[in-house]
Design a protein. Structure first.
Length: 252
């Protein structure tokens, strides 16, 4: 059984700095991760995919086109090849030379700062690919420091099967009447969705609460959305702008 305590705090909101801190530095780079850490958020979120030689690296899109000076699918390249790319200039020339980090480097940044990781397995992952990563996390005693999330039901089933002790988030794109039932079946700690999911189904939070499951909402970057999330009792607020959010929290 997974540890909800690794993800949820009874009666308190947790702040998740998204793709590092995507509004403030190039997403999924260590420069962005360090901004989240400096704000002492509860979690820094990052998207992870496997290189051709099986190394987990941080990358959101299935291709490297948007956020590097390369082209093509992440999985077509070895780590050594990906390391030659510039993952910062597209965002701002000041970040020229920023590299695609490995999952290991991401976790190494977080460890001394006492900030936890919310790792999204991007795309479809086979059980053996999942366990190759989660076995490493377990060997580093990170079960309570890393939560895992996915949009893909099969990947969530794989996680449930091979890494049941990790807290897990089931991400959703669209409202589906079966959300709470699937979340219970998959034994996730939280469901994640856009604010519209709550508008489409105002009772979702109550349903999830009754099942002991939390709610994560992404991606909230403005004060009115943070106010609303706090009022509703959302468990995890995902933001691209942890600096502005922490200023807002400090002023409340
Ligand atoms: O934490 C939720 C969020 O990461 C999901 O959306 O597209 O940024 O991976 P996306
Ligand atoms: Ca993500």
């Amino acid at each position: 059984m997974q540890q909800h305590g690794a993800l949820l705090r009874e009666g308190a909101v947790s702040i998740v700095s998204h793709r590092g801190a995507a509004a403030l530095a190039p997403e999924n780079t260590l420069a962005a991760v360090r901004i989240g850490i400096a704000q002492q958020v509860d979690f820094v979120e990052a998207d992870v995919q496997l290189t051709r030689d099986g190394v987990p690296v941080l990358m959101h899109d299935l291709t490297i086109d948007r956020t590097t000076n390369g082209i093509g699918e992440v999985g077509r390249y070895t780590l050594a090849q990906l390391r030659t790319l510039d993952a910062g200039s597209w965002f701002d020339p000041a970040y020229a030379g920023e590299q695609i980090p490995t999952l290991e480097e991401f976790l190494n940044e977080l460890a001394p700062a006492n900030v936890r990781a919310l790792v999204e397995l991007k795309g479809e992952w086979l059980p053996e690919q999942i366990s190759a990563v989660t076995d490493q996390l377990q060997a580093r005693y990170l079960v309570n420091r890393v939560a895992l999330q996915s949009f893909e039901e099969d990947t969530l089933r794989g996680l449930q099967q091979v890494a049941p002790t990790f807290a897990r988030v089931m991400l959703t794109r669209e409202w589906d009447a079966r959300i709470a039932a699937i979340a219970v079946e998959l034994e996730v700690s939280a469901v994640g969705g856009r604010p519209k999911v709550l508008e489409q189904h105002p009772d979702l939070l109550t349903e999830l609460r009754a099942a002991g499951i939390g709610l994560l909402v992404y991606t909230l970057n403005k004060e009115p959305l943070w106010d609303h999330a706090m009022e509703r009792g959302i468990d995890l607020i995902v933001t691209d702008d942890p600096v502005h959010l922490e200023e807002w929290r400090g002023a409340r």
